[in-house]
Design a binder for this molecule. Sequence first.
Ligand SMILES: [Zn+2]
Length: 689
Amino acid sequence: MTTPRKILVTSALPYANGSIHLGHMVEHIQTDIWVRFQKMRGHECYYVCADDTHGTPVMLAAQKQGITPENMIAKVREEHLADFNGFYIGYDNYYSTHSTENKEFSREIYLKLKANGKIAVRTIEQLFDPEKNLFLPDRFVKGECPKCHAQDQYGDNCEVCGTTYSPTELINPYSAISGATPVLKESEHFFFKLGECADYLKKWTSGSSILANGQTQAHLQPEALNKMKEWLDDDHLNDWDISRDAPYFGFEIPDAPGKYFYVWLDAPIGYMAAFKNLCDRIGMDFNNWFSVGSNTEMYHFIGKDILYFHALFWPATLRFADYRAPTAVFAHGFLTVDGQKMSKSRGTFITARTYLDGKLNPEWMRYYLAAKLNSKIEDLDLNFNDFISRVNSDLIGKYVNIAARAAGFIGKRFSGSLCDVGNSALLTQLSAAADIIAEHYEQREYARALRDIMALADAVNEYVDANKPWELAKQDGMDTCLHHVCSELINAFHILSVYLAPVLPKIAVQTAEFLNIPALTWANSQHRLPENHVINTYQHLMHRVEQKHVDDLIEANKQNIQAAPTPAQAAPNAEYTPLADTASFDDFMKIDLRVAKVLSCEKVEGSTKLLKFLVDLGFEQRTIFSGIAAGYPEPEKLIGRMVVVVANFAPRKMAKFGMSEGMITSASGNGQLFLLDVDSGALPGMRIG
Ligand SMILES: [Zn+2]
């Protein structure tokens, strides 16, 4: 056994203005598996989370429903908790950021930052809705993109051309709440002087922690560190506006009436508040965990989209408020469904509730996602055909069947009693894998852990086929042999269940009941069930997934949106973009469009937008950068297809990435991008016109 560690783990806080969907579940399942693993290893591990409750969207949603924000967030929290419980997410505390603990911590941290000279007060101009009498957050202002002139773009960035800007740059802006034309109004805002924290953050982001057991843990994953360097190296670290004006649902800033903490200030502090609430409940010393120099560990599991907040703002906040920093931040990628972004209209924006109500087994999804998760920041795809075949072949075919095949004979022929399995080579092989599987879990390489476990299950099934207990049962004088084989299989099932327990917590409990033993711990993997140990009658552990389960699930999610359509979901057509000026044929022919074949396509290190193509134009090959990465998360899949290229643009230097020798055309709208296609038979180099 390794040195016992003290570990605090969090998942990102779900926002209290929306349902829990499978995207959330990826993260909470990833975290839960890790926590369950640590607990099984005998470490003192706590897992806390909370609803993120503050901000304008919650305030407006409550208004719309005619209830107070407090009532709304209480109701939503219950729904969220029921959804997470349904997927067996085992929080030690699931709290709310609208709590007295969080209010006290937020004020205290703010005052410490102020005392440490890290708060500035500045007057800024902001768009104000004169009908609703409130300052408009960026996402509540819409208008025409100043760059590409697409209509109805949000105040912070254009979903068509990808440009970021400030809401005051929008052409013909309007309030997304009332439709009124916003006016510019001055207001005093409070800023956290993040720019002054750059030296500390450069050190922290590239640094690591030494754990109580002597191992080293990098604060960030390599990909996350690279991303942070983009901001830190070019001194792109702007001071952070942490205040909002009334009306706002949140905590008022001390000595600043009418000013509230921005939701993103008090959200991560919510981790502390949730943990403090737990400490008070179970009589544990909070300061032991959060004071500078604490030898406890703290890990935040998050999505890649909120790295900026967790890898920069949060460590800086803690540092300059005299608290310990996180041990590490673990980011994961996004979930796609059948290779595409989750889509409400396709029914693939799947909520936890429809999954549970559709009587789909949550452990199917836990297993499937675990089988795809690793320690990298990669998107992962839920492919429903793969889901059905993997769950049925691995969980039913390879794992559960082992118990089903052996338990009947043990019950009927041997009164449930096991024999001594002696030095079973099969069981020795299974036990010997404990350390390497544990290391995979520890490193969040769940896909590898499950691959190893299923290879062991294969070995067990080969043993079944070689020894054929069903035939031994028919032969006279083979009882001892049958007893031995089946006892080995029950022991093998026990060890496999230990290895799978972090992923399949309900089956782990059922297995302990079936085997008539206390809850499974990791150490069980080294033990044999003793001679004459009596097991209970086997109850079926899991059913197969059928295609109908999946079809019904997608249908239910389609109906979900029909029940509550929003304008964006209801519109099947592209948004109208005004036509460009009239062009002559000669104008058109100035643009030399050619068919090209994609020879290679890859992501560009240091850019989230660009893909790097090598294309064949028939007469030559060219390197072209294209800003379509968001629409094509798996660029290698584009290799071999035809695209349409503007071939006579002058080569253009793309910042630090290199020269781009042309442009790849795509259709855009509704915030999405689509490459053009050519009918089969067209050859590279053919001209379009
Ligand atoms: Zn634009």
